[in-house]
Design a protein around this ligand. Structure first.
Ligand code: ZN
Length: 390
C-alpha cells in the first residue's frame, strides 16, 4: 500500500504528506471518524513512510512497499512499530513461565494470532477480542519501556493505538504521562471511531484528524481497480450495503472470492431478508419468525447474515424516500416497488432513525461474533415494537 492506494481521504492524506515533507508532524494524532473509513490503514502507511528505506522518495509519494522495513510493517513484525488494541488479560500471562503454557493462555494466543491474520487480509478491520477488558495497563507499561529506547534504524518509532476509548483507567493515566512528555523519536497515533468517548485529557494532547465516510464513487473506482473480475451486480450490491465501510466491503469481496462468485447471490439474500421482515410484521407470526432465526443462521454464513441485514437497511431507505416523496423512483430495489408501496400504506410514518439504528446495531453484533440466532431474534422483536402492530 502507498499513499495512492488509500481509498478516499484525499485531504487527510495530503495534510499528513505535507507534514512529513516539511518535517512538521505532530507528536501525537487522533484519527477520528466512522468505522471502516481507513483510519488504521492511513496510520500504518504513515508508519511505513517514516521508516521506508527509500526515505526521501517515500516522503514525497508514499512508501515503496517492498523494502525490508515496509514488508516487516505489513507483517506486523517491525521492531519499532507497536500496534495496541484491546486484548484478553490471559495473553499477558505469556510473560509468566508458570502460566505461559496453560490452556487459557495458549487459546488466547491463538485468538490473537488469528485476529492479526484477519487484519493482514483486511487492513480496514478494527480488531476486537471478545473477552477483552480493554487496553490494559501492562500494554501501556510495555509502550513506556519501548519508548525509552531509540529506534533501531534511521526511522521513527510509531505507536498505533486502536480504540483508545477502551483504555483501562490506569492505562489511560500512564498513556497521558507519555503524551505529556513525548519522546522526540516516537509518534503516537490514536485511532477511534468513538472519539467523544476518549478521555478529554488524552484528546487534548493529540492533533485530531477527522476522517469521512468513503463515497460510493471512490468505492466503485477502487473495486474496479482492485477486483476487476467482480460481477457488476455484486459490485453494486457491495457498494450499496457496505455504506462507505471499507471493512465490510473487503470482507464481502473476500467471502465472495473464497466461496466462488456464484455462491454469493445478492438478490436471493435480499429476498430472504424481505421475507423475514414480512413474517415479523404479519399478525401472529412473530413467534414463527423468531424460531426461524435459528434456521436462518444455520443456513447462512456471517457475511450473508450481514448482507441480509444490510439489504433490510436499503429496503427501509427505499420506504423512507417513498414516504417523503410519492414520485421518488431511484430505488435501491426497483423490482420491489409494489412491496415498498404496500409497506408505506400499512406502516405510515415509522421511526426510520430507530429502524436504521436497530439494524446497524444488529450488524455490529454479527460482526463481533455475537450469536447470530440470538441477535436476529432480538432484532425481530425490536422491529415488531418499532413498527407497532401486534
Ligand atoms: Zn519501503
Amino acid at each position: 500500500m502507498s499513499w495512492q492506494d488509500i481509498i478516499g481521504q484525499k485531504l487527510q492524506v495530503s495534510i499528513l504528506q505535507k507534514a512529513v515533507s516539511s518535517d512538521r508532524l505532530a507528536h501525537a494524532y487522533l484519527f477520528a471518524g466512522p468505522e471502516g473509513t481507513g483510519k488504521e490503514s492511513v496510520a500504518f502507511e504513515l508508519a511505513k513512510v517514516l521508516n521506508c528505506e527509500n526515505g526521501f522518495a517515500a516522503a514525497q509519494t508514499g512508501s515503496c512497499g517492498i523494502c525490508r522495513s515496509c514488508r516487516d510493517i505489513d507483517n506486523f513484525m517491525h521492531t519499532d512499530i507497536e500496534y495496541v488494541f484491546p486484548i484478553e488479560s490471559a495473553l499477558l500471562e505469556k510473560n509468566d513461565p508458570a502460566k505461559a503454557e496453560n490452556k487459557r493462555t495458549t487459546d488466547a494466543r491463538e485468538r490473537y494470532d488469528s485476529l492479526i491474520e484477519q487484519k493482514k487480509r483486511n487492513p480496514y478491520l478494527t480488531p476486537s477480542m471478545d473477552r477483552s477488558m480493554g487496553i490494559l495497563t501492562e500494554q501501556v507499561i510495555a509502550l513506556q519501556q519501548k519508548a525509552s529506547f531509540m529506534p533501531a534504524e534511521n526511522g521513527k518509532k510509531v505507536f498505533i493505538l486502536s480504540q483508545p476509548e477502551k483504555l483501562h483507567p490506569s492505562a489511560a493515566n500512564k498513556l497521558l504521562k507519555l503524551l505529556e512528555e513525548p519522546p522526540e523519536h516516537v509518534l503516537f497515533i490514536l485511532v477511534s471511531s468513538r472519539p467523544e468517548s476518549v478521555l478529554p485529557t488524552i484528546r487534548s494532547r493529540c492533533q485530531t484528524l477527522k476522517f469521512s465516510r468513503i463515497k460510493p464513487s471512490d468505492l466503485d473506482n477502487w473495486l474496479n481497480k482492485a477486483y476487476p473480475d467482480l460481477q457488476d451486480e455484486m459490485q453494486r450490491f457491495i457498494i450499496n450495503f457496505s455504506r462507505g465501510n471499507l471493512s465490510v466491503a473487503v470482507d464481502m469481496v473476500n467471502s465472495c472470492q473464497e466461496g466462488g462468485a456464484e455462491t454469493f447471490e445478492g438478490i436471493a439474500i435480499r429476498d430472504s431478508a424481505v421475507d423475514f421482515l414480512r413474517k415479523v410484521l404479519s399478525p401472529n407470526k412473530l413467534a414463527e419468525a423468531v424460531s426461524g432465526t435459528e434456521e436462518l443462521s444455520r443456513n447462512h454464513g456471517k457475511q450473508e447474515i450481514i448482507a441480509l441485514l444490510a439489504s433490510l437497511l436499503l429496503f427501509f431507505q427505499d420506504i423512507h424516500h417513498r414516504t417523503i416523496d410519492q414520485d421518488w423512483n431511484s430505488f435501491n430495489n426497483p423490482d420491489l416497488t409494489g412491496t415498498i408501496d404496500r409497506f408505506v400504506r400499512n406502516f405510515p410514518n415509522p421511526d426510520f432513525y430507530a429502524l436504521s439504528t436497530a439494524t446497524e446495531e444488529a450488524i455490529r453484533c454479527i460482526q463481533r461474533n455475537v450469536n447470530p440466532a440470538l441477535t436476529l431474534s432480538a432484532y425481530a422483536i425490536r422491529l415488531k415494537n418499532l413498527l407497532g402492530r401486534s
